[in-house]
Every structure is written in structure tokens, then in C-alpha cells.
Design a protein around this ligand. Sequence first.
Ligand SMILES: *Cc1c(COP(=O)(O)O)cnc(C)c1O
Length: 360
Amino acid sequence: MTRVFNFSAGPAALPEPVLRQAAEEMLDWHGSGMSVMEMSHRGKEFIAIHAEAESLLRELMGVPSNYKVLFLQGGAIGENAIVPMNLLRGRSSADYVNTGEWSKKSIKEAKKYCTVNVAASAEAGNFTSVPKQQDWKLDRNAAFVHICSNETIGGVEYHWTPDTGDVPLVADMSSNIMSRPIDVGRYGLIYGGAQKNIGPAGVTVVIVRDDLIGQALPITPSAFDYKQQADNDSMFNTPPTYAIYIAGLVFKWIKAQGGLAAMEQHNRKKAAVLYDYLDATGFYSNPVAREDRSLMNVPFKLRDEKLDEAFLKGAQAHGMIQLKGHRSVGGMRASIYNAMPVAGVQALVAYMKEFEASHG
Ligand SMILES: *Cc1c(COP(=O)(O)O)cnc(C)c1O
């Protein structure tokens, strides 16, 4: 068996011990005689798996008791519609901060449900920074303020928490959830697809403050009404059971590593290896403002894009895959989520140096 270093932006690499445990438990979970995939979501076995995943997430992220944790379907793109449907609460507009491709998608979808006020935008700088809070034009009457805490494509990340006063802060954290400690209490709602940092595709995590739910628009599908899901422990419809099980194993792995503070150290170390090299060479470059650089997704370009193909081919030959940048920006992108070991980033930088030496 050979495992590659997988730099995919998502679905992304999972911790190897998690995959091994899942393989061991595949045919017979804890003496139940069944695979988790075959279990009733209402049976005692799966209820225990679900409860443990939720309690580990609460413990790791320090989720206050007045927040619900929901395991839903529809992905972050689904949430782009589901959030306004649930959170408008009789208001007619919401504030959005535009930091790149994922913000733009959220804005476009929200416009189907409400008036969108773009409170700040990084467009003038080609989405290479996070707009400073002092330049945001927030509306006191907005239903919520929406941000994308880590732009997976542009590699731009918030390293601070916006202050939105009494207006709930909503964050799409798909690509940096659980990569470091955050103060959940500063947010009204956090959502994210699992397939970047916490598990397989198919489960969407929503963490929402109690007082914000229960006023969904009448058109809201029941399966996407946070109140109905909260009242039914995320089992109003059949939840993505296997994805929740794997996410639970990932949470256990994170806990064994030392929790989110340890994840942050690990992630800072990896990002530094890559950014330090990018800053030291003229052969590759990263366009993002230093203070806003993502610890999770590192886009970079070769000085001569005609070498892109050779670079990717060589990387593949060295057991490093999925380094091609998103089609909207070109170049390269290394996604280095929690599960990427330091050795993977070191191998990448060693290869980049070697490539520079032979082509520079
Ligand atoms: C991947 C990603 C999405 C899309 O998630 P889906 O699960 O495909 O809906 C949305 N936002 C961000 C920030 C992402 O990284």
C-alpha cells in the first residue's frame, strides 16, 4: 500500500488512524454485528455514535450551552440559502462582507431571499486581503452579518473576530473550522461542510445560538428549518449517518493530539514552512497580504506559468497530488488542513526547491 500526500482542497485528506479504525470496524461495529452504514439512525448504537460526536465537538470548540449543534445535509452551498431562510426573523436585509469566490456565492444566493448590503469588499485589491473592520459599513437593522472566515480558493483568512454589536455574526467556516480555537460565543451562527477539516462529504455542521431559531420563513423546507431539526436532534430526516461517525472519529483524533490549541500549533508550523520558502524565492509567489494569509489553503504561482504542467507532473511522481489551483485563479494551491502532516509540507517544499534548481 502507498499513500500519497494529498493537497486537495476538498474532499480532503483524513487522518490515517481514523481510516484504519473505520476499516477495522467496517463489518462489525463494537460487537453489534453491523457496519455503521447499516444501522438504524434511531437505534441505540447510532444514537450513541451521534451523541458522542456532538459532545466531542462541543468540548473541542467550547460551544456554550445556549447553542445548538446540528448535523445536516446540503453542504455550505445549501446553507447559503438555508441561513437567510432561518435568520431573517422578520427583517428584510443582511450585511455581507465580500472576500472572494465563496463570499460571492453566498451573496448571490442570499439575494433570492433578502436585500443584500455588501458592507465591505476586497474586490479592488483582487481579493488578496480582508477589509479592515473600520472600513465596514454595517447596518444596525440588518438581520445578520455574514463572513467567510477562510476563502478556500483565494487563500485569505480572518485572524481576528469582527465585532458586529447586537447584530448576529454568521460565518462560513467550511475550510478552517476546528483548525484553531475560536470564541464561539462571539458568533450567532457558524456553518461548514465537513469535507475539508472534519470528515467526509455529506454532513454539514451548523452551530447556532438558541434565540435565533424558530422564526424561519414559511417557505423553508422542514428538513432545513433549524428549529425542527433542533427539536429532533438533527433527525427530522435521516441524517448522513456514516459521515457523522467518521467526523466523530476525527474529533477523537483531534482530542488525542491535544485539542484545537495543539491543532493551531501544528497548522502554524506547517504554514510557516511553506510561506517562509515562498517569501525567500522569486521563482514562486503568493499574492495575499501577510496578515491575512490562510493557514489552510496556500495558493502560489510559478514565475513562468508555462512550467505549471511540468511542476504538477513532477509533484505527482513524488507522491504529491491535487496541487493544481482552482480554475478561477490558475496556478497552484496547497491545502494543508489538520490531517496534513508536517512531513507532507516539508516534502512539498523540498520538491519545490528541487524544481526551482532545475528550471530556475
Ligand atoms: C468547499 C466550500 C464550500 C462549498 O461547500 P459544499 O459542501 O460544496 O456545499 C463553501 N464555502 C467554503 C468556504 C468552502 O471551502
